[in-house]
Design a protein around this ligand. Structure first.
Ligand code: ROI
Length: 166
């Protein structure tokens, strides 16, 4: 089994319910187990125009799926939750990003792991380090070091965790 970290975000529709349902779908993935879910954060949207705040969290998933199959499965979960790929960085009902897949470094047109923008996104780094404070990236950097140098501007810890459910 490989330990993966998946970032979840939503700023359209009933975000709390969408995230709970996405977690339930991830828990049902074949050859996988949903290991832990971070606390929930509200974050100011990065992207064009006026957008609602996001809800963000990170899940740890242990899986025997090859990364390409995991990506396809996560894209299917996004589609099942009304995600349409429209404007780059536009509002979305559900966004699932593979942050880490074990110690793998992957650079293909469809997937880059570790996620190339995770170091600069507090809505990823905070929940990730809540879950795994001692995590070390494939490049040797401890994620905790990034968190220390990452501002919490626009980020609010809501102090709860969303349970998988529908
Ligand atoms: N902004 C926030 N705050 N949270 C996200 O999850 C998020 N996801 C995105 C973009 C559009 C970059 N902005 C975001 O994909």
């Amino acid at each position: 089994m490989i330990t993966t970290y998946i970032a979840l975000g939503s700023n359209l529709g009933d975000s709390r319910q969408l995230l709970a349902s996405a977690l339930a779908a991830m828990a049902e993935l074949v050859d996988s187990e949903l290991d832990a879910v971070s606390p929930t954060y509200r974050s100011r949207a990065i992207g064009p125009g006026q957008q609602r705040d996001y809800l963000n969290l990170v899940a740890r998933l242990r899986t025997a799926l090859p990364v390409t199959e995991l990506l396809t499965a996560l894209q299917q979960i996004e589609a099942d939750h009304g995600r349409e790929r429209r404007e780059r960085w536009g509002a979305r009902t559900l966004d699932l990003d593979i942050l880490l897949y074990g110690d793998a470094r992957i650079d293909t047109p469809s997937l880059t792991v570790p996620h190339p923008r995770m170091a600069e996104r507090n809505f990823v780094l905070y929940p990730l380090t809540d879950l795994a404070p001692d995590l070390v990236l494939p490049c040797g950097t401890p994620v905790g070091r990034w968190r220390e140098s990452c501002s919490d501007a626009g980020l609010e810890a809501l102090g709860d965790s969303i349970e998988p459910g529908r």
